[in-house]
Design a binder for this molecule. Structure first.
Ligand code: ADP
Ligand code: 5GP
Length: 224
């Protein structure tokens, strides 16, 4: 009766570095085959544990700039002196095929996506406390102290932008944060603006059918 839009949702996840975005997204991907994590392109150097084409497409600054002039990005930004961008090619086919596409991107990029795709779902992840954020950044061990402090200071500015998002999820206990996001994604599918058509059938015909079948029932009862 209710016919809903079957194209996928665009889900934008942001939050301070170290809040646990990457960890949460990996858990979400384990639980759902309809989710696709968009692979961004970056000019930042690859970390030892990363693989080209898995975490990012790693390219030189020059190649990134060439792709900007070719119009290949939905959005891009310069973060800590490196380019990061969302490739249009990562989104279009996946959304058409009904995949829900996740963009794990920083705030400036997210706000640019909001201008272009206002119906996307914007989720902001925060740590339970700022002290815990610092602990997580240190424990992850992927940046030196200077970079940790720079990311930590950026986090204070980022948190001021929460109100531009649709949802805020606290990543204290990981499983709870993951199930809260799953709940958000499930509810979003039920929004009335996803309805494309409502087929209720012809009122007169349905009443006529009902009365006929009622008469048949009465006749049968009388025979018994
Ligand atoms: P982000 O992608 O936001 O930069 P990560 O996913 O890399 O953050 O997480 C930062 C660090 O915090 C990692 O070492 C990760 O294992 C840890 N972490 C993530 N979520 C939690 C959590 N709920 N409780 C404790 N540690 C967490
Ligand atoms: P990292 O260097 O830690 O992998 O990422 C640094 C920041 O860049 C993170 O906040 C991450 O979410 C963001 N980021 C990753 N890909 C993109 C992208 O395509 N566009 C934008 N705007 N930010 C991105």
């Amino acid at each position: 009766m209710i016919k809903r839009r079957t194209t996928g949702d665009l889900i934008v996840i942001s939050g301070p570095s170290g809040a646990g975005k990457g960890t949460i997204v990996q858990e979400l991907l384990k639980d759902s085959s309809s989710l696709y994590l968009s692979i961004s392109m970056t000019s930042r150097p690859k970390r030892d544990y990363e693989t080209d084409g898995k975490e990012y497409y790693f390219v030189s600054k020059e190649e990134f700039e060439e792709r900007i002039s070719n119009g290949e990005f939905l959005e891009y930004t310069c973060y800590n002196e490196n380019y990061y961008g969302t490739l249009k090619s990562e989104l279009v086919d996946n959304l058409k095929r009904g995949k829900n596409v996740i963009l794990e991107i920083e705030i400036e990029g997210a706000l640019n996506v909001k201008k272009l795709v206002p119906e996307a779902i914007f989720i902001f992840i925060v740590p339970p406390t700022m002290k815990e954020l610092l602990t997580r950044l240190r424990k992850r061990g992927t940046e030196d102290n200077d970079k940790i402090i720079s990311r930590f200071k950026t986090a204070y500015k980022e948190i001021n932008e929460i109100s531009k998002y649709n949802y805020v999820v606290v990543n204290d206990e990981l499983n709870e944060a993951v199930s809260n996001i799953e709940a958000i994604l499930k509810s979003e599918k039920l929004r009335v603006d996803r309805i494309e058509d409502i087929e209720v059938g012809n009122e007169e015909e349905l009443v006529h059918e009902f009365l006929l079948s009622d008469k048949e029932m009465q006749n049968k009862e009388e025979l018994i």
